[in-house]
Design a protein around this ligand. Sequence first.
Ligand code: AP5
Length: 251
Amino acid sequence: MDERATGGRQTRVMAAERSRSVGPVILLGSPGAGKGTQAKRIAERFGIPQISTGDILRVNVQRGTELGLKAKDTMARGALVPDELIYDMVADRLRQADCQSGFILDGFPRTPAQAGWLDAFLEHGFFENLHRGVCLPIVIRIDVDYNQLILRLTGRRSCPHCGRIYNVYSQPPKVDEACDCDGSKLVIRNDDREEVIRERLAAYELQTKPVVAYYAQKGRLASVNGDLPVEKVTEEIFGVIEARRRADDRS
Ligand code: AP5
């Protein structure tokens, strides 16, 4: 098949995907597992927004808002920001019009209390375009070998302008330290220092792993192999979303 035909087919597939509701998609996984990388790809394919609580918090810290001032020191230490500060922030974002056909949560929920809060929020039937079945979240855990995580986090660079994520080891930009899309100088996240990374990984083990069990018990959890190359992980994730959509359509 020639390239134009393949490109046309891909565009039609993406248009068809975008015309259907997806509902909530939750990405779970340790720091550095690839949640942000994959969330951007899902967002593009299905036309639903990526909601990264880490990104929203970082913007608040940068702007010096009340929330940012409260969260700043905790984030710099690699600990979790208190649940109460997160709820209003997430509720405000989910009430925006672009979430009505679905959204991807990247970095939330991170404690069993946050997961319970989200269930209650979704139960309210807030989402007019989503019938009840679709409102059940699709929960995907990205599994990555522990030693890989350190390399991924210490090698991460991101574009301060468009948010694109790179890695000096596995996904370098075409030009050293410059974004492929807009040429901005790439930056290193403040919490990607080795001592903070260890704290973040410990917080994940202690506080976020129970969220995995929470969704497994509800029969909503699927896992993908995050050690694979980015494109392969994306394929696995698309497969999970499609299979869950079909199952929810039947029920
Ligand atoms: P947050 O911003 O959510 O950070 P995180 O969970 O630690 O996750 P990361 O963003 O570090 O990793 P990722 O999984 O998105 O990986 P990425 O795609 O970038 O949270 C930061 C802080 O905010 C927290 O510590 C906490 O203080 C606070 N916070 C946020 N949400 C909160 C909440 N709900 N409650 C309380 N506190 C909260 O990939 C990493 C690297 O690997 C990149 O370089 C990428 O290029 C590379 N890579 C990705 N996939 C692959 C692959 N398949 N193969 C090779 N390399 C890959």
